[in-house]
Ligand binder design. Structure first.
Ligand code: ATP
Ligand code: MG
Length: 273
């Protein structure tokens, strides 16, 4: 039995710019993400990646699922229910570090738990665990602006995970990080995801990042943005960085890149091989 977490059916979105011109950002986007059922009968979420050139509508898809934007055609369902706005079962991590400047690292991570009225002792336990897991020990009382970009993004991820969302939406969360920090963050994210059993939908325009992280990659084309192909990534987990240098990995990267190049549109595609 499968449990469908996210479903998009015939989703379309046209924006009207200030000068009155229309941009068809999405056309007929269809997607279905179901949980696997684990040996213990619990749900295990998938890790899916949307890959596509700049401007193809990746953020628009995520925002529709997050309930931050309303498509003008089709349906977006989460847990079988139509999305009408944001909800606690969905968490989003943005490219820009979105921690609250006036709260410390601990207070940022605890923010959603405070809103939910989580009892103090349980809150402390969750925050402490996430501080440890994200390597932020020693920085509990620091303010975000005093931290590096990678550390700020760890705070944002910990804050999102704290409330244990069933669905985690990530919009190029590592796009602004240097290569080594990015690699470290990918590994951190995979470890935390394995622990959380959440369904992750992760947006990137980096081919290597997509192949390394995903169970399945959706390739989008631009103008209008639509999913042109789904590619299954067969590598077993846990994955280690060394697989990035294996022949199988490089071959899949080549394949994904070829599909991406065949996508209609004129967006920029970053290649990191
Ligand atoms: N609020 C808006 N008003 C007008 N046009 C918009 C709006 N939001 C997005 N668009 C347009 O819709 C298209 C898709 O935008 P979107 O941000 O979803 O692309 P993207 O794939 O996330 O791009 P990037 O890789 O640069 O982040 C683009 O042409 C963009 O200019
Ligand atoms: Mg975007």
């Amino acid at each position: 039995m499968s449990n469908i977490k996210i479903q998009l059916r015939g989703v379309g979105r046209t924006f009207v710019a200030r000068d009155g011109s229309r941009v068809q950002a999405l056309r007929d986007v269809n997607m279905e993400i179901a949980d696997e059922v684990g040996l213990d009968g619990g749900d295990i979420g998938e890790f899916r990646v949307i890959l596509g050139p700049s401007g193809c509508g990746k953020s628009t898809v995520l925002r529709a699922i997050a309930g931050l934007d309303v498509p003008d055609l089709g349906d977006v369902l989460v847990n079988g229910r139509k999305v009408t706005g944001p909800g606690a079962e969905r968490g989003m991590v943005f490219q820009k570090y979105t921690s609250f400047a006036w709260l410390t690292v601990s207070q940022n991570i605890a923010y959603g738990l405070d809103l939910k009225g989580t009892p103090e002792a349980e809150k402390q336990k969750i925050v402490s665990h996430l501080i440890e897991a994200t390597g932020l020990r020693g920085f509990e009382n620091a303010y975000p602006r005093t931290l590096s970009g990678g550390m700020q993004q760890r705070v944002a991820i910990a804050r999102t995970l704290a409330v244990r969302p069933q669905v985690i939406l990530m919009d190029e969360p590592f796009g602004a990080l240097d290569a080594q920090t990015r690699n470290d963050m990918q590994d951190l994210l995979m470890r935390m995801w394995a622990e959380s059993a959440a369904t992750v939908l992760f947006v990137t325009h980096d081919v290597a990042e997509a192949v390394y992280l995903a169970d399945r990659i959706y390739i989008m084309s631009s103008r209008p943005g639509t999913i042109i192909e789904e590619i299954h990534v067969p590598f077993p987990r846990p994955r280690e960085e060394s697989i990035k240098h294996s022949t199988a990995f490089e071959q899949l990267e080549e394949h994904v890149l070829a599909r991406l190049r065949s996508a209609a549109g004129h967006g920029q595609v970053r290649v990191t091989v």
